[in-house]
Design a protein around this ligand. Structure first.
Ligand code: ZN
Ligand code: ZN
Length: 334
């Protein structure tokens, strides 16, 4: 099969690779569309110890079953593969399974990803493509599930209702925009602010999202002003903004993990009873709920997605790396 292979830091080659083998309890999917995620970019920069070249990246995948149980069925994949037996898996918190792995990783276990003609996946990770969602848009289900899980973790902790809360979203990439869209369109939150350093990307996001948009250093982002803050970037400087702008008693949801360490204002967090919540992926239930949200067109137009051919994948990665990409999401078509 043809695949886009991550061969070295900032290097991707479109080349011939071995087809995946069909294993018991799994299926082989003929990939139709595969989204580029922030975590793929992180790997591309050589910053991910779980994704070591050579490796086929990509975990936001839709396609058609080619071998396995339901040949010919149009599907979307939940790329988070878990054991199904541990306490987390049995208690509907599969995303915390100690042996979890995502498509497009090769440490500690190898699972080649979706930037290829074919990918193999356990049957329990396969969902039927929702009727009203196109095959090429369907990979958005994965980041959308990440955003839904994050928003609902925050919602559960808030002392006021989410719809009446003042929310700040840091970052207008796919996760930032999707958090904003879920807050606005699904949760009916009325006061949403979004900050993003790239002017063009901010403008593009505001075409789809009913929010006030600013540069991160804008004087309009006040201290102690938000009930809930979503840091979808995870830099030391964005965490600083999250802590500065959160109200006493507020909730910070930490989703991005660009810089895993750095200074943190323990003083304010303690004295002002700030709740800081880390969030990762989604439960199976979140993933199903997301497919329903997308099927009902609840987050509106997905016109902010850009499409490229898998063959052109290397230049898409380069464009994102160079900061030239305005679209919050690029999906590669096979
Ligand atoms: Zn992702
Ligand atoms: Zn488990």
């Amino acid at each position: 099969m043809q695949a886009l292979v991550y061969t070295d830091i900032q290097k991707l080659i479109y080349r011939e690779e071995k087809n995946p083998k069909l294993l018991n309890g799994e299926s082989i999917i003929k990939v139709s569309a595969s989204g580029i995620c922030g975590s793929d970019m992180h790997a591309y920069h050589g910053h991910d110890s779980r994704r070591i070249p050579p490796l086929i990246l990509g975990h936001e995948v839709s396609g058609v079953i080619k071998e396995g149980k339901d040949i010919g069925k149009k599907v979307v994949l939940n790329p988070l593969i878990t054991c199904g037996k541990c306490n987390y898996c049995k208690n509907k918190r599969e995303h915390l399974c100690p042996t979890r792995i995502i498509l497009g990783m090769n440490r500690p276990i190898e699972r080649q990803g979706g930037f290829a003609e074919y990918v193999s996946i356990p049957d329990k990770n396969i969902y039927e493509l929702p009727k009203n969602l196109s095959m090429k848009e369907a990979p958005i289900a994965e980041p959308c599930a990440v955003a839904l899980h994050a928003v609902e973790l925050g919602e559960n902790e808030l002392s006021s209702e989410l719809k009446d809360s003042r929310a700040l979203v840091i970052g207008a990439g796919a996760i930032g925009l999707l958090c904003g869209l879920i807050l606005s369109k699904v949760k009916k939150c009325k006061e949403i602010f979004i900050v993003e350093p790239n002017d063009n990307r901010l403008k593009e996001s505001l075409k789809y999202l009913d929010a006030s948009g600013f540069k991160p250093n804008s004087k309009s982002i006040l201290k102690d002003d938000f009930d809930i803050v979503f840091d979808t970037v995870g830099l030391e400087i964005t965490r600083k903004q999250a802590i500065e702008s959160i109200k006493p008693g507020g909730i910070i949801i930490h989703i991005g993990l660009t810089q895993p360490s750095g200074n943190f204002d323990f003083r304010k967090t303690t004295l002002q009873e700030i709740t800081f919540i880390g969030t990762y992926c989604y439960t199976n239930k979140d993933f199903e709920k997301t497919l329903n949200i997308l099927n009902n067109n609840e987050i509106g137009s997905l016109g902010w997605i850009e499409y490229r051919d898998l063959k052109e994948g290397a230049s898409a990665f380069k464009e994102i790396h160079d900061g030239k990409c305005i679209a919050p999401k690029i999906i590669l078509l096979i």
